[in-house]
Design a protein around this ligand. Structure first.
Ligand SMILES: CC(C)(COP(=O)(O)OP(=O)(O)OC[C@H]1O[C@@H](n2cnc3c(N)ncnc32)[C@H](O)[C@@H]1OP(=O)(O)O)[C@@H](O)C(=O)NCCC(=O)NCCS
Length: 325
């Protein structure tokens, strides 16, 4: 059987990482976006960098993938690649950071195997390497947001459901009169251990890395500013990122952290700031229980539900020791 080599990835792998991700586009199609309309194209080489990004993110062109992987590595995160005969056939990205329980989390933000090599055990090898790498760095948990059909796969490795969230949209508006906003894109370091109250679609570390450190100086990305900073109201201090939605110019994706669980005041202040930043709508996520409580008081519209799983790495050690004994 052909040997699968799994190792840390780096800048030298960019070309092949792009090939792995581009191999598995939805319906096997590339799209162009003339005047904002999505149309199929047979000539992906003619797409602009931004159009390529719209087809599947930072892994769709060597240029943006280089910036992306470079900043990921500088942020202390780890790309892991699987190789067959010297060719990269799969990539996993492991993000490291603390959550509000004061525990270090490793988070699988990306897992992609080349379309022609799927179902040959490569994803499994990458996951095994992610587990051993996370343990080696001293992480307490390894988390992931699995696609529904992969939940049994992660469960087999001991992952179980950790968080249930609701993706929602809400109308922005001048709801609160008194708010203080301080723009500060270094604030993440100061808010270690705060609760990730809004937008937990991945780990805190991955969100911060992608939406605050991973900048592309393309006109489409620099037209609207990304606002990052601290909101102070009478009783709450909230760190927030307002990131322009990829397809809907009137909508901000919002991520927020605070010292307390999400309260209606947090939401009102976020919706007020989004309005002042020129947005009509906000998209974010709330823990399901919080959503149920807060949607009684606020105009939140449910879009979909998501789940994050985690593996208790310390517990796993105990099992292994027990097995060993
Ligand atoms: C998901 C993915 C990474 C798995 O990699 P892979 O190399 O094909 O996985 P493996 O061969 O190691 O398979 C491991 C197990 O995963 C599960 N699995 C993998 N692909 C699956 C699929 N399409 N449907 C259902 N289960 C699947 C199966 O339980 C499989 O075990 P089996 O082949 O013995 O049934 C790969 O299919 C992929 O890149 N998919 C597109 C991107 C994606 O969905 N990423 C996951 C983000 S959480």
């Amino acid at each position: 059987m052909t040997e699968i080599v799994v190792r840390r990835g780096g800048l030298k792998d960019i070309d092949q990482i792009v090939k792995v991700h581009s191999s598995d586009l939805e319906n096997d199609l590339w799209y162009a976006f003339p005047n904002g309309q999505r149309v199929e194209t047979k000539e992906p080489e003619n797409l602009s960098l931004y159009e390529r990004w719209l087809n599947g993110g930072s892994w769709m062109s060597n240029e943006l993938c280089t910036i992306y992987i470079n900043s990921l590595l500088l942020g202390g995160h780890i790309p892991i690649v699987a190789e067959i005969d010297g060719m990269v056939v799969g990539e996993l990205e492991l993000f490291f950071g603390w959550e509000s329980d004061h525990k270090l989390y490793a988070h699988i933000g990306v897992l992609q195997v080349h379309k022609d090599f799927q179902r040959q055990g490569i994803g499994t090898k990458l996951l095994q390497k992610a587990i051993s790498t996370a343990k080696k760095r001293g992480a307490s948990y390894l988390s992931v947001r699995p696609r529904d059909l992969l939940q049994p796969f992660y469960q087999e490795y001991g992952f179980s459901e950790w968080l249930k969230t609701v993706v929602f949209e809400a109308q922005a508006g001048p709801y609160l009169a008194k708010l203080r906003w301080e723009e500060d894109n270094t604030v993440f370091n100061k808010m270690k251990f705060w609760d990730f109250i809004l937008g937990q679609e991945q780990s805190s570390a991955q969100i911060w890395q992608i939406f605050n450190r991973n900048f592309f100086a393309l006109p489409e990305f620099t037209r609207e500013p990304i606002h990052t900073g601290v909101i102070t109201s009478d009783t709450q201090e909230t760190v927030a990122i307002f990131f322009p939605h990829v397809y809907f110019g009137d909508m901000a994706n919002v991520y927020a952290w605070s010292k307390t669980q999400a309260k209606d005041e947090h939401l009102w202040s976020i919706l007020t700031l989004a309005y002042h930043f020129g947005y009509d709508r906000v998209r974010s996520l709330l823990d399901t229980k919080q959503f149920e409580k807060l949607s009684a008081k606020l105009p939140l519209v449910e879009i979909e539900r998501q789940e994050i799983f985690r593996l208790d790495l310390k517990k796993r050690d105990e099992y292994e020791m027990a097995d060993f004994v």
